[in-house]
Design a protein around this ligand. Sequence first.
Ligand code: ACO
Length: 378
Amino acid sequence: MSITGVYKGLDNVPIKETVISTIDGEKGKLYYVGYSVEELAEKSNYEEVSFLLLHKRLPTGEELKDFSNKLMKERTIPNEIWSILEKTPPGAPLMDKLKAGVDLLGLFDGEAEKTDKAARLSTAIRIISKIATLVAGVYRLKKGLQPLEPDPGLNHASNFLYMATGKKPNALESKIMDVTFILHAEHELPASSTAALVVASTLSDLYSAVSAGIGALKGPLHGGANERALEMLMSIKTPEEAEQYVLRELASKRKIMGFGHRVYKTFDPRALIFKSYLEQLSEMRKDRKLLEIANRIESVMIRELGSKLIYPNIDLYSGPVFNLLGLDKEIFTPIFAAARSVGWIAHILEYWEDNRLIRPRAVYIGPGPRRYVPVDER
Ligand code: ACO
């Protein structure tokens, strides 16, 4: 069979059916199993959203209690893993430490190779729970601090923030962290979910698939933009300077971080939610500098590039929110990974219900068949 036509970047190539999530890029809407992220961010929590993504329905009160309990009980990481991670080079990227940590978790999990439905679900819960502890722990180790024991009295997101910063969050900080986890939990099939799915389609284990997802998320074309957006905001001193900055960058044909999206052709709905929390957090901290600079960049960008349908994406406002929560920029993408672990796994479990090995083709453009020339005749 001759193969022609290349779907470069797999743009708009569907590789599975799903009931997990859908994006309406024209209207700027994102739904998890039919529920809008705006409503979930307002009324739900990460535990419930995780159940929703894994089971494709909302839990009953009893099911939610049981699921949250299971997540809480799985939070600890074996000491052997911490001592290995402690010996990794201090300057190595946090995403690499996280990836190594997930591989180690798989190595230490005696159930990792089990393939029945119940065992896979238990492994899923273990990964989703422990990955947040891993992110907080490798972050602290990199800062020369010891990882903290999880606090069973806190929910998943608040416990994460506590384990990362060492401080118990107040009500607003808690809500913002929960919303952060909800909004990063799932986004159909970006590169990281696709990478995880490719690994899982070989019937490899969940840890290997999640590790592949982390590798793909690390790249600056995917998860890495939030750090860069914050660097940009912090390098600008005043809103007036922000306007000059944007005009200068656009004149030099450089991209402004935190704007544009392959699917959204209007505001990313997650950006609008983060923006409203940035307003509240800036008010609470009595520090509106990053908010005002981001606002000015947003209005100049819409004035200059609105006609090209370039609008803010999630990364414009998530960085300053994390910054005001007291987190350093190197943990931003790992937070994304911790929250997205459930989306990766939900897609894998759905795909395994009717698995087909993902094996694309390449269009060969090299020389025709020819005779091998021994090295001393070349
Ligand atoms: N700043 C300035 N101009 C932009 C931007 C931007 N952020 N984004 C797109 N454009 C312009 C392009 O220069 C191009 O202009 P042209 O038609 O005159 O050549 C046009 O808009 C179309 O842009 P493409 O890059 O072709 O759009 P694509 O869909 O391929 O890219 C992407 C989407 C990669 C997100 C891009 O907008 C970008 O690089 N943004 C900055 C990085 C960023 O914020 N990434 C986070 C994405 S969200 C996430 O991953 C969670």
